[in-house]
Design a protein around this ligand. Structure first.
Ligand code: AMP
Length: 191
C-alpha cells in the first residue's frame, strides 16, 4: 500500500491534481472537504453543524473529520493506497491519521507540498468561485480567513511530517500538466 498526502494552501490545485493522480495510479481519493460537502448536500446533522464553520473559513472540529476518515478507510479495505487531500489540516489530525494507518500496518509514503505564492492563491479562488458554486470561495474575507487558518493550524502539519523526512516541496505554479509531471516524478521515485 502506498499512501500520500497532497498538501498545500486553499487554491493551490490539490483537487485538480488529485483527480489526475487518481486516474494514473488508482489511489482511493479521500478529501475531507468533499466528504463534508456531501454531508451538507444530504442535510445530515453533521453537515448542518459543519456548514456554518465552512462558510466562515474555519476548521471543522478534529474529532468530526477524523471520524469521517476512519469510516472511509474502513469502508475501503482493499485499495492500492489512499490519496489524502485537504486532510490532515492540524497536527492532531496528522497524529490520528498515523495511528489509523499503523493499525493497517501502513504509513504515509510521502507528503507532496504544493508551493504557490499568496497573490496567485487569492486570484485562483476568485476564479474558482465563478464555477464551483462553493459559498466559501465567493467572499474575499472568507478566503483571507482560510489562508490565515492554513498558516496558523495547517502549516505545522508540514513541520510534523518533515521530522520524518517525508515532505517534498513541489513548485505549484505552471500548467496543470507541468505540475502533474513534477508530482508523478516524486511518486514514481518512491513507489
Ligand atoms: P476544502 O474543500 O479542503 O478546501 O475544505 C473546505 C472546508 O471544509 C474548509 O475550509 C474547512 O472548513 C472544512 N474542512 C475540510 N477538511 C477539513 C479538515 N481536515 N479539518 C477541518 N476542517 C476541514
Amino acid at each position: 500500500m502506498f499512501n500520500l498526502i497532497l498538501f498545500g494552501p486553499p487554491g493551490s490545485g490539490k483537487g485538480t491534481q488529485s483527480e489526475n493522480l487518481i486516474a494514473r495510479y488508482g489511489f482511493r481519493h479521500l478529501s475531507t472537504g468533499d466528504l463534508l460537502r456531501a454531508e451538507i448536500a444530504n442535510k445530515t446533522p453533521l453537515g448542518l453543524e459543519a456548514k456554518s464553520l465552512m462558510d466562515q473559513g474555519q476548521l471543522v472540529p478534529d474529532a468530526v473529520v477524523i471520524g469521517m476518515i476512519d469510516a472511509a478507510m474502513k469502508a475501503n479495505p482493499d485499495v492500492p493506497g489512499f490519496l489524502f487531500d485537504g486532510f490532515p489540516r492540524t497536527v492532531a489530525q496528522a497524529e490520528a491519521l498515523d495511528a489509523l494507518l499503523e493499525q493497517k500496518g501502513s504509513s504515509i509514503g510521502v507528503v507532496l507540498a504544493l508551493q504557490v505564492p499568496e497573490n496567485e492563491l487569492i486570484s485562483r479562488m476568485v476564479n474558482r468561485a465563478k464555477t464551483s458554486g462553493r459559498s466559501d470561495d465567493a467572499d474575499e474575507q472568507v478566503q483571507r480567513k482560510r489562508l490565515d487558518v492554513y498558516l496558523r493550524d495547517t502549516l505545522p502539519v508540514a513541520g510534523y511530517y518533515s521530522q520524518f523526512g517525508k515532505v517534498v516541496e513541489i513548485e505549484g505554479v505552471g500548467s496543470i500538466d507541468e505540475i502533474f509531471a513534477r508530482l508523478t516524478a516524486e511518486i514514481d521515485r518512491r513507489k
